[in-house]
Ligand binder design. Structure first.
Ligand SMILES: O=C(O)CCC(=O)C(=O)O
Length: 264
């Protein structure tokens, strides 16, 4: 499957965006072909070993988009760019990314992994705004509860209150997302989410790419070599955060992502 062949048309994009508005997340099956999953696993497995944290017992490797050229390609993959532009703005860049690889682990009775994304953003603003969204690319099956699934509270993106902290208890309305390798879960910053404990006998593997308007500073950056290598590819330059266009005063029509979506 070529990366350009599986773009979502206008009606599908609208449907995904409506669901995102309603629920704060959308699970999209079968975005990656099995051969792409296999190829990505070959890239991610050694990175997961290299970045494994023995104290935590798992890998949470930041800056995934810049850890390997194949991951940069995935972060700028055009398939879901129309959806991201609709969810955020075409004036977007990759602002944060991570590889998460969780081997089987012990029951964690007092775990509390629930959070909204963006750290201080809600507190600093005094209210909740979408501000960013992530794509989680599943590279292993996680198709039963308790396998290290992404957990979400559907609709919590529209809450005005914080989720009360109740370690050891599953918040009301929480669900575990069931995913097959090759699926993508799109979720926005405000949804309350976390991760289930991986009580299965299989390692779960996901790569998350976070996107935000270009006026929100990136949390990880490409190297100068990676920026130089993208010369001649304005869309990639925009997405990896090259300072080629003013972040606040740029006209939408000047942006490579706007131009790409108009031409596609
Ligand atoms: O690893 C997971 O499933 C949860 C990821 C997460 O919490 C995040 O990306 O903010």
């Amino acid at each position: 499957m070529s990366t350009a062949s599986q773009r979502f048309d206008a009606a599908q994009t609208r449907e995904i965006l409506d669901e995102l508005d309603r629920n704060g997340f959308v699970h999209i099956p079968g975005v990656l072909a099995p051969e792409e999953v296999a190829e990505l696993r070959e890239v991610v497995e050694p990175l997961a070993k290299e970045h494994f944290d023995p104290e935590l017992g798992f890998t949470h490797a930041l800056g995934a988009a810049y850890l390997h050229p194949r991951l940069t390609d995935l972060a700028v993959d055009p398939r879901l760019m129309g959806v991201l532009a609709g969810a955020l703005t075409p004036n977007l860049h990759i602002y944060h990314s991570h590889i998460d690889v969780h081997p089987p682990e012990q029951e964690a009775p007092n775990a509390w992994r629930w959070h909204e994304d963006g750290g201080r953003q809600t507190a600093d603003l005094d209210y909740r705004a979408r501000l960013s969204a992530k794509l989680g690319y599943w590279l292993s099956d996680c198709d039963e509860p308790g396998m290290g699934n992404l957990e979400v509270i559907p609709g919590s993106n529209r809450w005005t209150e914080f989720l009360p902290r109740t370690p050891g208890q599953t918040p009301q309305g929480a669900i575990q997302v069931l995913a097959k390798a090759g699926d993508v879960t799109l979720f926005e910053r405000r949804i309350w989410h976390g991760r289930s404990t991986n009580l299965s006998n299989r390692t779960r593997m996901v790569v998350f790419f976070g996107y935000a308007p270009r006026w929100i500073v990136q949390r990880e950056f490409p190297s100068d070599e990676q920026l130089d290598a993208a010369i001649g590819d304005p869309l990639r330059r925009q997405l990896i955060g090259a300072p080629d266009w003013d972040s606040c005063h740029v006209g939408r029509a000047e942006l490579p992502l706007t131009q790409y979506l108009a031409a596609a």
